[in-house]
Write a protein that binds this ligand. Structure first.
Ligand code: GDP
Ligand code: MG
Length: 189
């Protein structure tokens, strides 16, 4: 799959909010409403003439702060395997969190394999934009930290400029992901 962005990070940093913003008006293949455990959500978007696929890798943890080592490994591996660019999201309100450090240590194993950007979300104010520098301490990522507000969209343009610079061509509008587009829902037996 070409031109693919994966968003990784601990619960509640704002991954799904960014996913929804990057997908915009387009419908994600699966929605997040039912609370059913799922691995990931795929959606599509485009930026300055390039189509992309975006994966919210945190889809399997619904309304939960709990995440375990195995889940971190799985989320990161999925992102590295499937994406061209990995966005490691952290939260400027919370600051550096012990789970961010766990993600960082897993991501570091893949450093150099795929571009990894630290995205410092909830940077809704100038103070928080400036505070984003503290995440350099995580010791992962390719250079710059991108402070953004997924809620308002500020900073996402600069982030997307950097992301699509890794995409060689314009991509395809709705790639065939080889996964069913029909969701079957219902209560568990
Ligand atoms: P996820 O668990 O990483 O997918 O996080 P969500 O996207 O579900 O967001 C977790 C919480 O953070 C929600 O209450 C969001 O409204 C909030 N949130 C997301 N982005 C922002 C932001 O840019 N600024 C602020 N202040 N809150 C945000
Ligand atoms: Mg989420």
């Amino acid at each position: 799959m070409k031109n693919t962005i994966a968003i990784v990070g601990r619960p509640n940093v704002g991954k799904s909010t960014l996913f929804n913003r990057l997908v915009g008006e387009r419908k994600a293949i699966m929605d997040d409403e039912s609370g059913v455990t799922r691995d990931r959500h795929y959606g599509y978007g485009d930026w300055i003439g390039k189509y992309y696929t975006v994966i919210d890798t945190g889809g399997y943890v619904h309304n939960s702060d709990d995440i375990f080592e195995g889940e971190i490994n799985k989320q990161v591996k999925l992102a590295i395997d499937e994406a061209d660019v990995v966005l490691f999201m952290v939260d400027t309100i919370a600051g550096v969190h012990s789970l961010d450090e766990e993600f960082a240590s897993v991501l570091r194993r893949y450093q150099g394999k795929k571009p990894i950007y630290i995205v410092a979300n909830k940077a809704d104010t100038n103070n928080r934009i400036h505070a984003a520098g503290e995440f350099y301490a995580l010791g992962v990522g390719d250079g710059e930290i991108y402070p953004i507000s997924s809620a308002s969209g500020s900073g996402t343009g600069d982030l997307l400029d950097a992301v699509v610079s890794h995409f060689e061509d314009e991509g395809v509008e709705e790639p065939d992901l080889g996964i069913p587009k029909i969701a079957i829902v219902g209560r568990p037996t």
